[in-house]
Design a protein around this ligand. Sequence first.
Ligand SMILES: CC(C)(COP(=O)(O)OP(=O)(O)OC[C@H]1O[C@@H](n2cnc3c(N)ncnc32)[C@H](O)[C@@H]1OP(=O)(O)O)[C@@H](O)C(=O)NCCC(=O)NCCS
Length: 181
Amino acid sequence: MTPTQESARGGPTIRREQRADRDQVFQVIELAFGGLAEARLVEALRKSPAFIRELSLVAVKDGRVVGHILFSGIAVRRGTGLREALALAPMAVLPVRQRRGIGSALVTRGLAEARRLGHGVVIVVGHPAYYPRFGFIPGEPLGIRPRFQVTPGAFMVLELRTNALAGLRGEVEYPPEFDEV
Ligand SMILES: CC(C)(COP(=O)(O)OP(=O)(O)OC[C@H]1O[C@@H](n2cnc3c(N)ncnc32)[C@H](O)[C@@H]1OP(=O)(O)O)[C@@H](O)C(=O)NCCC(=O)NCCS
């Protein structure tokens, strides 16, 4: 992936995460969530078969990591049938840098990369006021359900490839690393 310069507005560079970024990524996630669980989740997911190297992205400003987003492989199960999808989780922006479009730049770039790699569907559990602007819609009315309780409207899906949501029903299976969060 070629780094994207949002330089016209002095915004961040969005690029693939590198090994040397990992400590800063950990700190950004810890500060954004105010705890260690999500930062530890990312560390665990890096060792998981669900990890997709091309879909762990960082936002870099003045040489520092200021944001991170991860998309991992998940499955939607219906009976014995399994269909692949992506989970967007977690996403974090350094608190002092929030509300300046960095999160949106990470989502937009991440979705474009996922589409380029041929993925069809992205699932997120997040703020119902935030994700619809990227095209996410509620999953439960479509018959796609999480295995756990979520706030009404927080479980959302996005079709990256035409008709990828057609006939997609069932329960979402997250990698076991998510059980710890
Ligand atoms: C969510 C997050 C990544 C957004 O990053 P950001 O760089 O501030 O996002 P942007 O500047 O692109 O967008 C800001 C928008 O997000 C909305 N937003 C941010 N946090 C929100 C929340 N908790 N609930 C609802 N909306 C929220 C803001 O209202 C703002 O909307 P507006 O543009 O209409 O004012 C960042 O707030 C963050 O790290 N939060 C803590 C960790 C977290 O909750 N991660 C997401 C888990 S799904």
